[in-house]
Design a protein around this ligand. Structure first.
Ligand SMILES: Cc1cc2nc3c(=O)[nH]c(=O)nc-3n(C[C@H](O)[C@H](O)[C@H](O)COP(=O)(O)OP(=O)(O)OC[C@H]3O[C@@H](n4cnc5c(N)ncnc54)[C@H](O)[C@@H]3O)c2cc1C
Length: 504
């Protein structure tokens, strides 16, 4: 990674090079903004595996930047998402990525860091942000090595215990944990009970870190580190968990610890559920786990953070460049807070469904399984978990408004191309399916691409199904549709000003 210590000012300083901070840095760099990251870790190495993969909408947003293949080539696909571990088939979803990509977080971070490095984003490593002070014009950022940085905006992507959130005085209301699990990567001397165990003591699992998916089934390698997860019988411990804690927790559940030894990582996660009351305090913003924490069930935390970053990146870039007023940043909270609030709600529901094991709880789970076996509920829940159903509240109108633009195969003057290819540079695009030359975008030509295109296939949205073909759509850099209309252009100028600033 490039270091750049001589320069102490940047337009944007991001705290934390986790998945959220890396994605945001990439988005800002693509928009030509001077951005730097401060990261406590000395390298991108991540102890342990944490998140297990990417859902459809995250793969789509990576595809919108032309980097999805980097992840797909290293992961394992499965056409099944889950709600409280009830499988949900998503193979019929209208997306090129109708699957979950199994890929451990350390690989996701490594690939994202490689992209950010190509975009020449400086990362100040091995030091922490220890405080900041903001005034009307800038933010002074204090580092643990005694240096300081100045930025126009500071973004806390510094995880669930976010110093930035606390120092900004942003409330983090929510719910205390009710369950606690130990997780680790270890070696065993005996063969364990492989797979998931759900019993009166909680949820536990033994698996191998390395696996393949064959015919929809996970096949673990027969050697290599073992990933263990076990519910603690007495939640509430706060210290760093030890091998002894893990051993005792296993014995309490399995009656043996299977000769556990040589751990490379031991950690603890809970179902603590909290969300920042505000994602912005003047020149300071929060994204990812810094803004929301919840139980990992459903695998949505990293995914939500990456998508926060893609929502915020282009807006912050436009504000920094003076294209848009800083009120555009308020739409970040307005759009993303409700999305994470829904994730919090669904993870709490999943924990409740998994938390108790007796005949009544089993009846409830069976009832949910029956319900989610029906087509409509399956599609709704799977679209929620995969984030394909996100609907930002812009205004009434065509069903595409505020929803993700599908990655259609277009025919253009430059030949055949996919919608997502047009978004690789993170620039907005007005797609005209009507008569060529029907729009004049001259006052926004420096910011918005105008593409005359033909599309002959069906228009289909997840859950909603077929929608009428629009004559023209305005697509934001994050891939959400900001305006739908025709060559009369009614409402287009307003949408352009709202999202991409006043005419030049
Ligand atoms: C067991 C487990 C399983 C999970 N499974 C999934 C899953 O399958 N799918 C999913 O989507 N999510 C999952 N998650 C959640 C996922 O790991 C997190 O949501 C994700 O890491 C959040 O990314 P982030 O970049 O917002 O924060 P983090 O990954 O926490 O990154 C924050 C970064 O900031 C740095 N930092 C912190 N403070 C400072 C400071 N003051 N100065 C400088 N640097 C600082 C840290 O070193 C770190 O690199 C799981 C989590 C756990 C624990």
């Amino acid at each position: 990674m490039r270091e750049m210590l001589s320069k102490t000012g940047h337009a944007v300083v991001i705290v934390g090079a986790g998945p959220t901070g890396l994605m945001l840095a990439g988005e800002l760099a693509l928009a030509g903004v001077d951005v730097a990251i401060v990261e406590r870790r000395a390298s991108q190495e991540l102890a342990g595996s944490r998140a297990g993969g990417l859902h459809s909408r995250s793969i789509e947003v990576l595809d919108q930047r032309g980097i999805a293949d980097r992840f797909l080539s290293q992961g394992q696909v499965s056409q099944v998402a889950g709600f409280a571990w009830i499988p949900l088939d998503i193979s019929d979803f209208p997306t090129r990525h109708a699957y979950v990509l199994g890929l451990w977080q350390n690989h996701i971070e490594r690939i994202l860091a490689g992209w950010v490095d190509e975009l020449a984003v400086p990362i100040y490593r091995s030091r922490e942000v220890i405080g900041f002070a903001q005034d009307d014009d800038s933010v002074g950022v204090a580092l643990s090595d005694g240096q300081s940085l100045r930025a126009e905006y500071l973004v806390g992507c510094d995880g669930g215990r976010s110093l930035i959130r606390k120092a900004a005085g942003i409330e983090f209301p929510g719910w205390e944990p009710t369950t606690s699990n130990l997780i680790g990567e270890v070696e065993l001397t005996e063969n364990p009970e492989w797979g998931l165990r759900h019993d009166g003591k909680g949820i536990h699992a033994f698996s191998r870190v390395e696996y393949e998916i064959c015919d929809g089934k996970v096949v673990y390698m027969d050697r290599g580190p073992v990933r263990v997860m076990v519910t603690e019988q007495h939640p509430g411990a706060t210290g760093e968990p030890t091998l002894r804690d893990l051993s005792e927790a296993l014995i309490a559940v399995y009656g043996t610890d299977y000769g556990i030894h040589s751990p490379t990582w031991i950690s603890r996660f809970t179902d603590m559920t909290r969300q920042a009351a505000a994602y912005r305090d003047k020149r300071v913003l929060l994204a990812g786990d810094a803004a929301h924490v919840h139980a990992p069930v459903g695998g949505q935390g990293l995914n939500t953070g990456v998508q926060d970053a893609v929502n915020l990146g282009w807006k912050l870039a436009q504000v920094v460049k003076g294209i848009s007023p800083d009120s555009l940043l308020d739409t970040y909270h307005a759009e993303r807070h409700p999305v994470a609030a829904r994730v919090l709600r669904n993870t709490m529901a999943q924990v409740a469904l998994l938390g108790r094991v007796d005949e009544r709880a089993k009846a409830l789970r069976d009832t949910m399984s029956e319900l989610l076996g029906m087509d409509e509920p399956r599609r709704r829940f799977a679209a929620m978990i995969t984030a394909l159903d996100i609907h930002y509240d812009f205004s009434e109108g065509h069903p595409l408004l505020g929803r993700r633009m599908p990655d259609l195969d277009l025919i253009t003057d430059d030949g055949r191309l996919r919608v997502f290819t047009l978004l690789h540079d993170a620039r907005p695009v007005l797609l005209n399916f009507g008569e060529p030359g029907g729009f004049d975008l001259t006052p926004w030509a420096d910011r918005v691409q105008l593409v005359d295109a033909k599309y002959v296939g069906a228009w289909e949205l997840p859950v909603i199904g077929a929608v009428t073909a629009p004559a023209a759509v305005l697509i934001r850099p994050d891939g959400y549709v900001a305006w739908v209309g025709d060559k009369s252009g009614q409402g287009l100028a307003d949408a352009l000003i709202t999202w991409f600033g006043a005419p030049a």
